[in-house]
Design a protein around this ligand. Structure first.
Ligand code: FE2
Ligand code: FE2
Length: 222
């Protein structure tokens, strides 16, 4: 059996490999002159949904998580994602976007939220949400930053670099630390691997749909 440390290393490599494949799912052309700011704004509105869902999920899991270190980590994450929501809102106001009547959860919870909500063990939760989904978010945010730089939205790029990404790195570390400590049996490693794979499979389906049906790539995560 792999030690927990070896297991997490292999799992992270697997996630990185799948993310590199995801990046190759066609990227629509850069927005034309005049469309650039609209494209940035529509992606920031998607980000509001992702932040809200990530905050709710961490808060929802906190009471049913027995491990004190993970429970406190989830509490911090719920606060971080709520803060990101407010910061993105404020940033949209600086771009003169009117959010009156905007509902981030319009149409109901996303398929990713519904998948994650179903996990009941700490191992599955952190493997799926903190390690895998947050790793995806880190990469998607990097792509979004590059997209903003290309679209002339330097302030948005800088905002993501300095205000959002450091917390997202911490969320991934929470996932890693938790698995390194608790994924110490073959059974727990099987559960973690299955949960991580389910998130990657769903992310691939979402990415395909966003690119081919909605023409959106580089949407920020949470
Ligand atoms: Fe996050
Ligand atoms: Fe976030």
């Amino acid at each position: 059996m792999a030690t927990a440390g070896e297991f997490v290393e292999t799992l992270q490599q697997r996630i990185d490999l799948r993310m590199a494949e995801l990046e190759r799912v066609g990227n629509p052309d850069a927005p034309g002159e005049g469309e650039a700011m609209d494209a940035v704004v529509s992606r920031l509105k998607l980000a509001l949904r992702n932040e809200m869902e990530a905050s709710e999920l961490a808060a929802m899991w906190m009471p049913s998580t027995p491990e004190i270190d993970v429970k406190l980590g989830l509490a911090r994450q719920a606060g971080d994602e709520a803060r990101h929501y407010r910061l993105i809102e404020e940033h949209l106001e600086t771009l003169e976007v009117d959010l009156t009547g905007f509902d981030p959860l319009e149409g109901g919870y996303s398929p990713m939220f519904q998948l994650l909500r179903g996990y009941e063990s700490t191992i599955e939760r952190v493997a799926a949400a903190q390690l895998t989904r947050e790793s995806l978010a880190l990469t998607k945010n990097e792509q979004f930053i590059a997209f903003c730089d290309g679209a002339g939205a330097a302030a948005t790029a800088e905002f993501y670099r300095t205000e959002i990404q450091p917390d997202e790195q911490w969320h991934v570390r929470l996932g890693r630390r938790t698995l390194e400590k608790y994924a110490t049996t073959p059974d727990s490693q099987v559960l973690a691997l299955a949960a991580s794979t389910a998130v990657l499979d769903l992310a691939e389906r979402i990415q395909n749909r966003q690119v081919h049906e909605l023409g959106i790539s580089h949407a920020p995560g949470c």
